[in-house]
Write a protein that binds this ligand. Sequence first.
Ligand code: NOJ
Length: 720
Amino acid sequence: MKKLNFAIPLFCMLSCVQSNVPIYRNADASIEDRVEDLLSRMTLEEKILQMNQITLGANLNQNNVGDASVEPVLGSYITYTATDPSEINQLQKRAVEQTRLGIPILFGFDAIHGFRTVYPIPLAQACSWNPELVEKACSICARESRLSGIPWTFSPMVDIARDGRWGRCAEGYGEDPYTASVFCAASVRGYQGDDLSDSTKIAACIKHYIGYGASEAGRDYVPTEISRQTLWDTYMPPYQAGIEAGVASVMSSFNSINGIPASADPYLLTHVLKRQFNWDGMIVSDWDAVKQLVYQGAAADHAESAERAVNAGLDMDMADLCYYDHLAQLVKERKVSEKTINDSVRRILRLKFKLGLFEKPYPPVTTPEQRFTLPGDLDVVGQLAEESSVLLKNDGTLPLGLKPRKIALIGPMADNYWELIGSWGGHPLAEDIVTIKKAFSDGFGAQNILYAKGCDFDGEDKSGYDEAVAKARQADVIVLCLGERASWSGENGIRSTLALPAVQEQLAIELKKTGRPMVLLLNNGRPLELCRLEPLVDAIVELWQPGISGGKPAAGIVSGRVNPSGKLAITFPYSTGQIPIYYNRRRTSRPFMGFYQDIPSEPLYDFGYGLSYSSFEYGDIRQVGESPMVFEISVMNTGLVDGKETVHWFISDPVSTVTRPYKELKFFEKKLVPAGKTATFRFEIDPLRDLGYVDENGHRYVERGKYQILVKDKMVEIEL
Ligand code: NOJ
């Protein structure tokens, strides 16, 4: 496509003077009228330009190395570096003031778990079982992003992940469709609020549509095979939840499903999203996904890629400019209709109008202090980091209390800040991130902390072991800080094993020889293989990648200032060979057979597992209502400290035409239960939603028969 001339033609200026303000410029007109008016004024070339997105600058991911050549008439830019509204305003000025129709640019950025005030990775967020808190964190992210000039984030990622080798499991809400649905809706509400034109809100983008997390062997970008019924039962629910929450955009994924690339699938993009869900939002491809149709063997060249993608219903082409280069010719050859182009452009313009970009294209120029980490923000992200942490083991060593004791703080994570942030780390400042060492020094007194790194995250160098062992011998307790580098998870962060590198495991073995009690703190972006480490230590706290709160939740939990309340949203296998392992697997034909010969067949830590410093005693499940069907369960805190408990309500359908999982999560609730007190948890059943199943076309149905309601080891049976 040849470059456009940005000069505003004389005839246009004259017509503006003679006529009234065009409808699309009238803020009082309806968005639909404005869209139609603007569309009617656009040339085919201008329409096609709106359907392209390029990048400004680059992030550290090789996949995203950017091309900085800028055309102010394109639909959207991704910016990985801009944090200052004046940078954005310069570019926006060209689009708004120097192009014929003055259509503002839609800037986007992957603010995945925070913009500047970075909070825990999404996998950790799900372990908090506190969607209200996640909503608050996302609204902080929205404010920081929008005030920096970026009104669009490529988040939340709602891919169901059941293979921890896939590094992107860090970016989603775990293995369960219901959990992912609840957190998807919470995050969309947090980003978008009720009104996208609010100067502190941004458009969300649910991704990667769809089935990307089902990639074979945890390898990124590879094909997936998903039956239609499983697609609807397992992978679609979070997208439905996001759409019901009003999400503004969806990103199509890289993978093919049953041989059809998701970015060129008319069933997924047009039939399901645009027709069946009757959704009026915009679909953007993932990075280069259109061009990659050629690698996938789905198109002979980039022209055919563009043709397949646009005809399937993909509205905006991210990065590869296949639409930019080929759509005009494809329309000329009648391979793509102008009606198809109009449908996509309508959706793009609708989003720009909804965001209020035509009225307020320029974010106010503010100082970083006015935009970032405002009073109260640290409390929200700190609480989220605390509630995301999962106590996996405790033989009574924890909490340590604050009375002076010598703590040997050992390990590659102990004095590190960057690895605590995780992948897609936003724009945190190094000085905002609290290392574990700093948090422990503040909490327990620097004089009580004996620090030694011991070893690096990987490699062969064991020369630090001796110092670590010596420090451990001088201490009353060892706190061992192991984990993963941030780059080991996230996009293309694929590992063949969930085990930590041998150099870290060996360090634990050496420290065990000192006979000191040992607490293992873990910071990582995936479930880990802990079968060798678990027997060596007295307590384990899974802290994930907590963002800028860094070591604070760790110090709080170890001291007892914080009572851990996180529970796993993803299964921790006994070892990597158990993968795929997830709680809601379908029933087997021989439940008494089919076990591994060489390892246990049960996971090390189940979905929903997590300890507390309180102990909770569950009563029986009581049915307290017939229509609607309501169930209650009482939970008593028999411990000495107040604690938060999450009750997970599962259902089971023992006999059904299409066989179902052993159990399926349908509801959860988290409450503070003061020591010695009892709280009542309640679950109101909607039979179609909670007991029903879904067919291969996405239609829900309920079968007559018996169903079980399950909470922990409690069960009641009901009959429909
Ligand atoms: C590729 C990633 O797969 C996607 O998640 C991200 O949003 C885009 N790049 C843009 O950065």
